[in-house]
Design a protein around this ligand. Structure first.
Ligand code: PLP
Length: 467
């Protein structure tokens, strides 16, 4: 060890000496002595390592040491899971948490979480109740279903339904619907995991009713239909409508199971998207059990919703697997509040963030992009800012081949590549996630709240000044 290194190490204050610092004494009101001591030890150990590696050639002054311990506390306190600003224009961004709850519903969830609740308590009778009871009548009203059940997510809903209905039996399904949804959720694997056997029929692009009817036999437990969600067969293709499949299934004394993926309560043609039946319509077509996600186009919390005939859903309620897949109170709180909005479709579109974002016209996006652009120019006069048309996405595996015409505020800064600006914004105190297009950083306004505009301006000004 070099002479001056040894010298520096000797000059480092002792733990006990640092603990006497008035700045640290102040914190003792909020933090235990042992936590403070741990912080001081860790900071000193870090300094020792830096000095030994010759990354540091001086001993910090006492104020600087106070600051280092304070910074250490801040880092410790900061949580890994945090809010980010979604400027990508993808509404149901799977990596950014899929759908967003409204502020009001978020508050309600917080209240339920931070308080005791009647989760499993029947307030009328004064005895044990069921957590599943809270959503029964609302879901029945909205879907017209005879019975309903809610589990942790749609993957769990599919697993529970199949395990309960087709264990040890054959599930007849089209080859065009044996899809992988993402995150290793593959329909054939789920059928196998549930103890059923896949009986695939038809071809990748075309499946006819006769393919199904030929495959149905003694060992058949159900016919299954799966929404291909994030994948589409176009051109020379054909599939059998749910109504015809239901007639076939019922003629053979079998149920028709339909995994919808993104369940809809509103006709998406309202937003200029192609027609897809709502959950209510799908049930009317004769499907016996239908399942869908709470946090796709429904715009609620992560959940799997199962609706359909009581004769199939009642056994699921008794199934031991249900306990492993059950929803918690925060999910139930968010889902009930979200579903309640759907009793009035216009209210739902006004209040549910995913639907609000869908409803934004390109004209409205342009107006908001102009506002953001102007704010950015004011925040940093050196920035180059323009508004550009962009194609936004629904996301979450919905409408994969469809884009929504929107607008972005595009930012460039001299001497800084858009990729570098994008990287710095990702590391900001409140990370801003945005796309780079032709060396411009594009902030699509479709997925932004107005109250995020000032924050974005601050973070961009900071990011540009960083260099
Ligand atoms: C998204 C999706 C699932 C999985 O739903 P999660 O809520 O993500 O578990 C299952 N099936 C289909 C058809 C889907 O689109």
């Amino acid at each position: 060890m070099k002479q001056d290194t040894r010298q520096l190490l000797r000059q480092l204050p002792k733990v006990d000496v640092l603990l006497q610092r008035p700045a640290l004494a102040e914190w003792e009101q909020n933090l235990s002595r042992s936590l403070i001591k741990q912080a001081v030890q860790d900071v000193l150990a870090g300094l020792r390592r830096d000095i030994l590696a010759e990354r540091r050639r001086d001993v910090p002054a006492e104020d600087e040491l106070d600051g280092m311990v304070l910074a250490y506390f801040r880092r410790q306190k900061s949580l890994r899971l945090k809010t980010v600003v979604n400027a990508t224009g993808t509404i149901l961004h799977t990596n950014l948490g899929r759908s967003v709850l409204s502020e009001e519903i978020g508050r309600h969830v917080g209240e339920i979480a931070a308080s005791y609740s009647n989760l499993e308590y029947d307030l009328d009778e004064g005895r044990r109740g069921s957590r599943y009871a809270h959503l029964q009548s609302l879901l029945k009203e909205l879907t017209g279903a005879e019975d309903v059940l809610v589990v942790n997510n749609n993957a769990a809903a599919v697993l529970l339904a199949l395990t309960s209905m087709t264990q040890g039996k054959e599930v007849v399904i089209s080859r065009g619907e044996l899809v992988e949804i993402g995150g290793l959720f593959r329909i054939p694997d789920v059928i196998e995991a549930s103890g059923g056997t896949i009986r695939e029929v038809g071809t990748t692009n075309k499946t006819h009713l006769s393919d199904y009817s030929r495959a149905v036999g003694e060992g058949t437990g159900a016919i299954m239909k799966v929404h291909t969600s994030n994948y589409r067969i176009i051109g020379f293709s054909e599939s059998v409508p749910a109504q015809e499949l239901a007639e076939l299934a019922h003629a053979k004394g079998l149920p028709l199971i339909n995994d919808l993926g993104s369940g809809l309560f509103v006709d998406m043609r309202r937003f200029g998207l192609p027609y897809e039946p709502t959950v209510k319509e799908v049930l009317k077509q004769g499907c016996d059990v239908v399942m869908f996600s709470g946090d796709k186009l429904l715009g609620g919390p992560q959940a799997g919703i199962i609706v359909g005939k009581a004769e199939y859903i009642e056994p699921m309620k008794q199934h031991q697997l249900l306990r492993a897949l059950r929803v918690d109170k925060m999910t139930l709180a968010a889902l009930e509040a979200t579903l309640q909005l759907y009793r009035d479709e216009d209210l739902a579109i006004r209040s549910i963030p995913a639907l609000q974002m869908l409803a934004r016209t390109q004209k409205e996006c342009l107006r908001r992009a102009d506002v953001l652009a102007q704010m950015l120019r004011t925040a940093d006069a050196a920035l180059q800012v323009q508004t550009v048309p962009v194609r936004d996405m629904v996301g979450g595996g919905s409408y994969p081949e469809y884009t929504l015409p929107g607008y972005a505020a595009a930012v460039a800064s001299e001497g800084l590549t858009a990729a570098e600006l994008e990287r710095r914004l990702r590391h900001a105190e409140v990370p801003v996630v945005a796309r780079v297009q032709q060396d411009w950083l594009c902030l699509s306004v479709r997925t932004l709240r107005d109250d995020e505009f000032p924050l974005i301006c601050t973070e961009i000004a900071k990011a540009v000044a960083e260099g």
